[in-house]
Design a protein around this ligand. Structure first.
Ligand code: HEM
Length: 495
C-alpha cells in the first residue's frame, strides 16, 4: 500500500513538474523555435555551450541565425516555461503591457536579502514612489555636473595602478569597477566616504564581498534545491559568519548615512547651499528627503551601487578587450582621442568613433542584454500568442541585437556600423541595451558619462595589448563575464 502511495505521489510530482511544463512548451513552440530540458532547461543549454563553444551565451546569441524572422524562442527554467522575446515589435508590445508582468523571484530572492525593496526589485506603488523621487538626480543635465568627480576618481585609480606596478598584469574589469564603484558612492554621498574600515575592509571591498558571495550562493546546486531560505538559515558556520557580516555591515552603513544627512543639513542651514552635487544633496535641498524613510534611502543606495558598479565596469573592461583584438579599430579610436581638443563631457559626447565603440560593445556584449526574468501574473495575449499566467516572458536583447536583419554580419565586433545612417534609423526596440519602457535603466546617463571619460583617459595614458595566450571563456552568473580575468599589458604613453 505504502509503495503504491509513493508511486502515485511520484507520478503526480512528475506530471506537475515535468510533463505539464513540457506540454505547455509544445503549445508555445508552435510560435517559434525552442529547446527543452527537464527542470534545468536554460542552465543546461548554457552549460553545454560553455563546454562546446567556451561561451555560455552561444545559443542565445545564435538562435536567429537560421531564421531571422522568429519572434520568440521557447525554453524552460525550473518548472516554468520561458519565452524569450527576440523581435522588436513583440518586445514593444511587452513593454506596453507591463501591467501583466512582475519580476520573477526565483533568482533574485537571494540578492533581496541584502537589497530588500530597492528600486530594482520593488513593484507597484513602492517602485513608482522611488522612481519618481530619484529620477531628477539621474537626469541628463544633473549627471553632467558629476564629470569632474568622475575625472578625479579615474585619475586616482589609474595613478594607483601605476604606483602599485600593476601595468604588466592589468585586469581592466576589476580596475574599472574600482572607479565605477567609487563614482556611485560619491554621486550618492558627495564624496568617497571610504577612509575608515569595517572589519578591515573598505566600503567597496565589503560591498563586493557581499555581492560575490550572494551571487555564488544563487548559482549553486543548494540554491536550486532549496532557494535562498537555505542560506538564510545559516546551516554551516561559514554561512552564519557571512549572515552576521551582512547584518553588521548594514548597521555600519546606515550610521554613515545618518551622519552624512546631519552634516549636509547643517551645511545647508549655515551656508545656504550644499557644495558637492550628489543625490543626497539634491534630496535635502529640495526637501524631498522627507518623502522617503531612511531605510528606503539606504536600500536604494545599495541598489544603485550594485546596479551601476558591475555593469559599467564590465562594459568598459570588455571594450578594452574587443578593441585590443583589432588593430584597425584600436588605431582609429586612438587617433580620434589624440586629435580631440575639447576634453569636456560635452566634447567627448560629440566624438563619433568613441561613441560608436561604446554603442557596439553594448550591442555585442552589453551587460544588461538579458533582463531579469518576468513572470506573467494574468492570462493574456502577446502578438497573438496566448500567454498563460506563470509563464516566464523576458526580452532577450542578446539574441535580437545579433539579428542579421538589423545588423549586417552581426557576430563581428564592428563599431563603424554605427557611423552609417542606415544603422541609426533602426527600429526603436531593435537595440535596447538599457532596456525600455518605464523600467528602463535609470542610470544610463551616468553609465555613458563614465564610459566616455574613463575610455578617453585610458587611451590617453596607456598603450595596451592583451596577452597572446589568453583564451576568452564567457560564463553567465548575474552578468555574462570572462571566467578568467582579462590580462592586459599596459605601457605609459608619452604625454
Ligand atoms: C553599462 C552600464 C549599465 C547597463 C548596461 C545597465 C542596464 C540596465 C538594464 C538592462 C536595466 C533593466 C533591468 C531589468 O528590468 O531587468 C537596468 C535597470 C536599472 N539600472 Fe542600469 N545599467 C547600467 C548602469 C547603471 C548605473 C550606473 C546605475 C545607477 C547608478 C543603474 C541603475 C539601474 C537601476 C536602479 C535600475 C532599475 C530601474 C527600475 O526598475 O526602475 N544602472 N539597467
Amino acid at each position: 500500500m505504502i509503495f503504491q502511495l509513493i508511486l502515485f505521489a511520484s507520478a503526480i510530482f512528475l506530471y506537475i513538474k515535468i510533463a505539464k511544463p513540457y506540454l505547455l512548451y509544445l503549445k508555445y513552440k508552435k510560435y517559434g523555435n525552442g529547446s527543452f530540458f527537464p527542470i534545468i532547461g536554460e542552465i543546461y543549454e548554457q552549460d553545454k555551450d560553455l563546454k562546446q563553444h567556451y561561451n555560455a551565451d552561444y545559443s542565445i546569441q545564435h538562435s536567429l541565425d537560421k531564421d531571422p524572422n522568429q519572434k520568440i524562442f521557447v525554453t524552460n527554467l525550473g518548472y516554468s516555461v520561458k519565452l524569450r522575446l527576440i523581435e522588436p515589435e513583440i518586445i514593444k508590445e511587452f513593454f506596453l503591457k507591463s501591467e501583466y508582468y512582475e519580476k520573477d523571484q526565483t533568482f533574485i530572492q537571494n540578492m533581496k536579502r541584502f537589497l530588500h525593496s530597492g528600486i530594482v526589485f520593488s513593484e507597484g506603488q513602492l517602485w513608482k514612489d522611488s522612481r519618481k523621487l530619484f529620477s531628477p538626480a539621474f537626469h541628463f543635465d544633473y549627471i553632467q555636473k558629476l564629470a569632474p568627480l568622475v575625472n578625479d576618481i579615474t585619475d586616482k585609480i589609474f595613478d594607483q595602478a601605476i604606483k602599485n606596478k600593476q601595468l604588466q598584469n592589468f585586469d581592466p574589469i576589476a580596475q574599472i569597477q574600482e572607479i565605477t564603484g567609487r563614482v556611485i558612492i560619491a554621486s550618492f554621498f558627495g564624496e568617497v566616504i571610504d577612509e575608515d574600515k569595517f572589519q578591515g575592509l573598505t566600503i567597496i571591498q565589503s560591498l563586493s564581498h557581499i555581492i560575490n558571495k550572494l551571487g555564488n550562493q544563487t548559482y549553486s546546486f543548494l540554491y536550486f534545491l532549496f532557494g535562498s531560505a537555505y542560506f538564510q538559515l545559516g546551516i554551516t558556520q561559514e554561512e552564519r559568519k557571512f549572515n552576521r557580516f551582512m547584518t553588521d555591515f548594514n548597521e555600519y552603513l546606515l550610521q554613515k548615512i545618518h551622519k552624512q544627512i546631519e552634516s549636509m543639513q547643517l551645511e545647508l542651514s549655515t551656508k545656504g547651499q550644499i557644495q558637492n552635487p550628489c543625490i543626497l544633496a539634491q534630496l535635502i535641498s529640495t526637501n524631498q528627503i522627507n518623502q522617503i524613510s531612511i531605510d528606503q534611502l539606504f536600500q536604494n543606495f545599495k541598489t544603485f551601487y550594485i546596479a551601476g558598479m558591475d555593469t559599467t565596469g564590465h562594459l568598459l573592461g570588455m571594450t578594452t578587450y574587443y578593441v585590443s583584438q583589432n588593430k584597425e579599430i584600436y588605431a582609429k579610436l586612438q587617433s580620434e582621442i589624440d586629435n580631440n581638443k575639447d576634453q569636456s563631457a560635452h566634447g567627448l559626447s560629440k566624438l563619433p568613433y568613441l561613441n560608436a565603440v561604446i554603442k557596439e560593445t553594448l550591442r555585442f556584449y552589453g551587460p544588461g542584454n538579458i533582463l531579469f526574468d518576468r513572470i506573467a501574473i494574468k492570462d493574456h495575449e502577446l502578438a497573438g500568442i496566448p500567454i498563460k499566467k506563470g509563464t516566464l516572458v523576458t526580452p532577450y536583447a542578446m539574441t535580437m541585437q545579433r539579428n542579421a536583419k538589423y545588423f549586417t554580419d552581426p557576430h563581428s565586433y564592428n563599431p563603424s556600423r554605427w557611423l552609417e545612417k542606415q544603422q541609426n534609423d533602426l527600429h526603436t526596440y531593435a537595440y535596447i541595451p538599457f532596456s525600455a519602457g518605464q523600467r528602463n535603466c535609470i542610470g544610463q546617463h551616468l553609465a555613458l558619462l563614465e564610459s566616455r571619460i574613463i575610455l578617453n583617459k585610458f587611451f590617453q595614458m596607456f598603450d595596451f595589448t592583451c596577452s597572446q595566450d589568453y583564451k576568452l571563456i564567457m560564463s553567465y552568473t548575474f552578468l555574462s563575464e570572462p571566467v578568467n580575468p582579462l590580462p592586459l599589458k599596459l605601457t605609459l604613453r608619452k604625454q
